[in-house]
Structures are given as structure tokens and as C-alpha cells.
Design a binder for this molecule. Structure first.
Ligand code: BGC
Ligand code: BGC
Length: 622
């Protein structure tokens, strides 16, 4: 079933005329420059001027040093001034992954990851988060975020599950549109609008376990560590766990893999949110690393051009993913460039060697392998987005916005979001909410007091990390504020004298932070250490409450009978007080699962007729 095209044009006729005029003045190199997006560590502002680059990005962890909002602003502004100093002065579109707040920036407000927002099911909340995120992003000079992901995960072993709002396409569409509305604010041409990148086109979440070819597992295992590989991306990724260990756990088994689904499913489930996002005015889409029926999306002319641009009428531009084109024909970069541009990629996230890309595309055009009309089409689309954002009139952002980064109003919003994202899945004997002014509460587990863990991946660094990576409030701190410090006793390891007994013990468990394929896991059971911690605390308390911080449902079937209450808290972000608000009964539990919760490994990937421990929609009120 073809989808109807989006009808409202992004530009008025005067703006279209401006774009055509500008295009007619551009040399081939200037056009290619617009199509080039390096990461910030591999170019200088002078390179931006010299090469007429259209964009620069900060990847996950692509931070200035020191990592402060003001330093960010200085860095981005310097690149923008570089662009404005080029022959035609075409403004730069700087891109970041602000996927749960402006998450690379230390001190920014971190909102729950999308899986938690899916559980909150509150479109207005997501719209307000989009607005707050846009303000923090614009404060640092940035006008483009690689969000929202409209992935619709079907297999929660996938390390990117938390990037998806839900397994349900309609819910994903609704929340993605809400985020886009928030990023847009008063209109794309307003000074605080942020261009969304709807990603990863398309069916990134439909890959089959075991189909990923991202890493040469053997070679990497032999190299013993990512730091020794020639893979630059993996080598610079900071990981708490060793890479070899992660490979053994299943890393890169599904992320960037192959979706074997038929076209009807691809359209009905995975394409639908793109239609909705385009309707909401999205002018950028990011191609997926993954393949459909064996063909890489970055080379997929049918899906990128025939479906997205022609059938759906998309007039914005398609950006490739980080080193994404390189995977089409590994080792033959020139062929990669030709295949991707002809397929419909308009801007290439290179990211390391911009001049290699520029030289390659120039040769392809001169050799007749890429037609000038394709180049013009790509540049027209990029300029269209820049004009829509009013960047030519207004290339610089207001420095006064800096005071909004991590401001208390935004943190209050993140606290509300965290509270609304919690899902109560078991509550026997009214273990929750926690009662005040009775005997002290025992809190156990190192994750109860770890802001980095509760934020998860894509926080300050690509993988995220443990500890106080950015200012925030841990769950323990939140409980102490709410209940009173004297009412809360904390034991990180849960080793308690045999003669102690508590009425209520609260254990916080978490997944180690991860991102992308590094978070693919063959086995979603709790770790032996976690089970041992649970047993120790169980023995010392009458009622046991378990709070799980995770990017997806984990397999808890064997443990759940020993718990009186169980709360899925996802990755709530910097405001642990939001979690405490609900645990203590100041805010009711209202979250509902946006994914089925598997009972056993047999339930993965999800099947319509499969079993589940809890179904999507489950969630108790308190
Ligand atoms: C991520 C980037 C990150 C890089 C290295 C890439 O795959 O997308 O955001 O900076 O790896 O850490
Ligand atoms: C990820 C994208 C991200 C990009 C830029 C890639 O590794 O797949 O989601 O937007 O890096 O950081």
C-alpha cells in the first residue's frame, strides 16, 4: 500500500527562488562541500572556510575541553564563523546527538531515554521535553539534533532498544511527532527551532539476531581490545567493560544487521513513523546502518529515493550515519561514494577524512558516475533546510540562553518525566508506596547512588559511564530528601550484620551503560552478583522492593516471586528525585509498559503469538 505524499512545501516561492539563485552561483566543489559532514575533531574552522563545508558534527562524546556549556558555544560558534567567512558565506548546520536532553554537555538536563517516555505515554510531556532540549541545544550554538529515533524494537536483545519509544508503531509515531513539535517551537524559522533528524531509515529495529557484520569478531577477539584495532570508531569509544568481554556477551550480533521482513511489514510498521514525522515538518532523515533483505540502506535507492523522496514527497535531505557509506563496499571507498549518493544520500557523515570524501565525489562527478543533477538535488535539499531554519538571516544564536542549560525549570520537567516513566509491575502487601515515619528504609546496591548509571548510554560520552559524570541527583539522594536522611540507611553491597532486620529493603539494580551494538546481549538474565545482592537483602528485610534501571526488559522470571514490589524505572536521567517521588507516594504510578516483557529467552524476538511475563500496557496504579 503506497503512502500518500506529504503536501505542505517547506519553503515559499521567494525562499525557493533564493535557493535556486544560490545554487546557480556555486562551483562543484562548493556544492560537494555542502554535502560533507566531518566530526569536529578532524577539522578546524579554517577548513570549514576553505572547503565550504555544509556541516560539522559532534559524535557521542565529541566534547570540547573543558566540557562546559560556554566552551561548547565557543567551539560551535568558531565553526559557524568559519562557514560565514567562506566565499558564499553559507551558514553551517552543526549537528549533535541530543537524544535525551543535550546529553554530551556536562551540566545539561538529562531526560529519560525514549523507552521510559514510551512508558509515560504522554505526548504533551514529550513535546515539552523537545522544547527544553531545543533551548539547551540552541544555547550552545547548535541547530540540529540527531533525534528522534523512530525505531520500533522487536528484539530487546538489541543494544539500541532504549532509543525506541515502543514496540508499537502508532505510539512511536505519536511521540516522535510530539518531540518534533517541541523542537520546532514557534516555527522552523524561529531562532530557537532545532532541526530534527528522524532515524534510522528504515527498519533499523527489525534486524535478525546474528545478522550483523559490523565487527570482525575473530579479528577483534584476537586483538584483545578495541584500542588495538584499526577500527577508529571502536578504538576511541570509551567502554567500562573490555571489548572482548562485551563480544562474548553478544555485542554486535544484531545492531546494523539485516531486516528480513517483507515489504508490507516494512511499510505498515517501520515506515509509518517517517510519514508522520514528515507531516510534522521534519526536514532531515538519517539512513540506517542496517540492511533490508541483504541490501544496505545506505545504498538503497528504492527506499531512499523512490519511497522516501518520490512517494512520500520528502523535500528535506538525507544524512548518512557515521562511516555508514564505508560499509557498502568495504575497502573500495570510491564505489561507496558513488553508490550512496546515487541511492539518495544527500549529506555524508564522513566523519574522519573530509577531503578524501570530497576528492572521491569530485572524481565521480567528473567521470560521469554521479550526474550533476543529483548533486544539485542534494544541495537544494540541504539549502532548503538551512533556509527553513532562517539560518541565512540568523546564523548565530542568543548567548543569553546559556543560563537555561541545566536550569531548574528543565530539571523539574525531567523529574516529572522520570516519575511518569516508572512502571509498577508487582506490589504485594502494599509494599509501595514507602511508608513514612515508620522504621528506617534500607537501600542497597551501588546503582542506587549513581547518576551515570541512571542516565545510561549517550550521556557525556557515547557509551555513557558510571559515577558522577554530570550533575544530577541519584535515587538515594532523592529518597533521603523526600523521607529525611535519618529515615534511610544505605548499604552499597548489602552486606549486613546478621542481627539486623528492616521492615522494607529497596534494592536498585542496573545494566552497565552501553550504546548501539556494544549493548547487544545474548542473555538478558540478571548477573550472578545481582542475584546474590538480592538474596542478601531479602534475608534482612520483611518486604523487598526492587527497582530496575535498564534500557529494556530483563529476564527476571525466576527472581520475581521473591520480591514484594517491582518497579521498572528504565533510564530516568539526571533527576533521581522523580523516582523517589513515586516510590514515596508523592506522585502516583501511572506508567504502562510500551514493550512486552519476555518471560524467557524463548520469547525473543517478540512474536504476536508468543508468551510474555507482562504485556505491553501492563502497569499497576499505587
Ligand atoms: C558514534 C559517535 C562516537 C564514535 C566514537 C560512533 O559510532 O556514533 O557518536 O563519537 O562512534 O566514540
Ligand atoms: C549512530 C547515530 C548517531 C551518529 C552520530 C552513529 O553511530 O548510529 O544514531 O546519530 O552516530 O553520533
Amino acid at each position: 500500500m503506497p503512502l500518500s505524499p506529504v503536501t505542505s512545501p517547506p519553503l515559499n516561492s521567494a525562499q525557493q527562488h533564493f535557493v535556486e539563485q544560490l545554487l546557480s552561483k556555486m562551483t562543484l566543489d562548493e556544492k560537494i562541500g555542502q554535502m560533507t559532514q566531518p566530526e569536529k575533531n578532524s577539522v578546524t574552522p579554517a577548513d570549514v572556510t576553505r572547503l565550504g563545508l555544509g556541516s560539522v558534527l559532534s559524535g557521542g562524546g565529541g566534547n570540547p575541553d573543558p566540557n562546559t556549556p560556554a566552551e561548547w558555544r565557543g567551539m560551535v560558534t568558531a565553526f559557524q564563523e568559519g562557514a560565514l567567512a567562506s566565499r558564499l558565506g553559507i551558514p553551517l548546520l552543526y549537528g549533535v546527538d541530543a537524544v535525551h536532553g543535550h546529553n554530551n554537555v556536562v551540566g545539561a538536563t538529562i531526560f529519560p531515554h525514549n523507552i521510559g517516555l514510551g512508558a509515560a505515554r504522554d505526548a504533551d510531556l514529550v513535546r515539552r521535553i523537545g522544547r527544553a532540549t531545543a533551548l539547551e541545544v540552541v544555547a550552545t550554538g547548535v541547530r540540529w539534533t540527531f533525534a528522534p529515533a523512530v525505531s520500533i524494537p522487536q528484539d530487546v536483545r538489541w543494544g539500541r532498544s532504549y532509543e525506541g519509544y515502543s514496540q508499537d508503531s502508532a505510539l512511536v509515531s505519536e511521540l516522535a511527532v510530539a518531540l518534533i513539535d517541541g523542537l520546532k517551537g514557534d516555527g522552523w524559522n524561529s531562532p530557537t527551532a532545532v532541526l530534527p533528524s528522524v532515524k534510522h531509515y528504515v527498519a533499523d529495529a527489525a534486524a535478525t539476531w546474528g545478522s550483523s557484520k559490523r565487527v570482525n569478531r575473530q579479528a577483534l577477539a584476537e586483538a584483545q581490545n578495541a584500542a588495538q584495532t584499526t577500527d577508529q570508531t571502536l578504538a576511541i569509544a570509551h567502554m567500562d567493560q573490555s571489548f572482548v568481554e562485551l563480544l562474548k556477551l553478544g555485542a554486535w550480533q544484531i545492531d546494523q544487521g539485516d531486516a528480513e521482513i517483507d515489504e508490507a511489514t516494512l511499510r505498515a510498521v517501520h515506515l509509518a513513523p517517517y510519514r508522520a514525522a514528515l507531516e510534522a515538518g521534519a526536514l532531515n532523515v538519517m539512513a540506517s546502518y542496517s540492511s533490508w533483505q541483504g541490501l544496505k540502506m545506505h545504498a538503497h535507492q528504492y527506499l531512499l529515493t523512490d519511497v522516501l523522496k518520490d512517494e512520500l514527497g520528502f523535500e528535506g535531505f538525507v544524512v548518512s550515519d557515521w562511516e555508514g557509506i564505508d560499509q557498502i563496499y568495504p575497502g573500495d571507498y570510491d564505489r561507496c561514494v558513488v553508490a550512496s549518493i546515487n541511492a539518495g544520500i544527500d549529506m555524508v557523515m564522513v566523519p574522519f577524512d573530509a577531503e578524501r570524501f570530497i576528492g572521491s565525489l569530485r572524481r565521480a562527478v567528473q567521470g560521469g558516475e554521479v550526474f550533476p543533477a543529483r548533486i544539485d538535488d542534494a544541495v537544494r535539499r540541504i539549502l532548503t533546510a538551512k533556509v527553513a531554519l532562517n539560518l541565512f538571516e540568523n546564523p548565530r544564536t542568543d548567548p543569553a540562553l546559556l543560563e537555561l542549560v541545566g536550569c531548574s525549570a528543565h530539571r523539574t520537567l525531567a523529574r516529572e518525566a522520570a516519575a511518569k516513566s516508572l512502571v509498577l509491575l508487582k506490589n504485594e502487601g502494599d509494599a509501595l508506596p514507602l511508608r513514612r515515619n515508620t522504621s528506617p528504609l534500607l537501600v542497597a546496591g551501588p546503582d542506587a547512588d549513581d547518576v551515570g548509571v541512571q542516565c545510561g548510554g549517550w550521556t557525556v560520552s557515547w557509551m555513557g559511564g558510571r559515577g558522577p559524570t554530570t550533575p544530577g541527583t541519584s535515587i538515594l539522594q532523592g529518597l533521603r530528601h523526600t523521607l529525611g536522611a535519618e529515615q534511610v540507611q544505605y548499604s552499597a553491597d548489602g552486606q549486613l550484620p546478621v542481627d539486623t532486620e528492616y521492615e522494607v529493603g529497596l534494592v536498585v539494580l542496573a545494566e552497565e551503560p552501553y550504546a548501539e551494538g556494544m549493548g547487544d546481549r545474548a542473555n538478558l538474565h540478571l548477573s550472578a552478583d545481582q542475584v546474590a545482592l538480592l538474596r542478601r537483602v531479602r534475608a534482612r528485610c520483611q518486604r523487598l522492593v526492587v527497582v530496575l534501571l535498564s534500557g529494556r526488559p530483563l529476564l527476571i522470571t525466576d527472581e520475581l516471586p521473591h520480591w514484594d514490589a517491582f518497579v521498572a524505572a528504565w533510564l530516568p536521567g539526571t533527576e533521581g528525585e522523580g523516582v523517589a517521588d513515586v516510590l514515596c507516594g508523592d506522585v502516583p504510578f501511572t506508567g504502562r509498559l510500551s514493550f512486552d516483557w519476555p518471560q524467557s529467552a524463548e520469547d525473543l524476538p517478540r512474536r504476536e503469538d508468543g508468551s510474555a511475563l507482562f504485556r505491553m500496557g501492563a502497569g499497576l496504579n499505587s
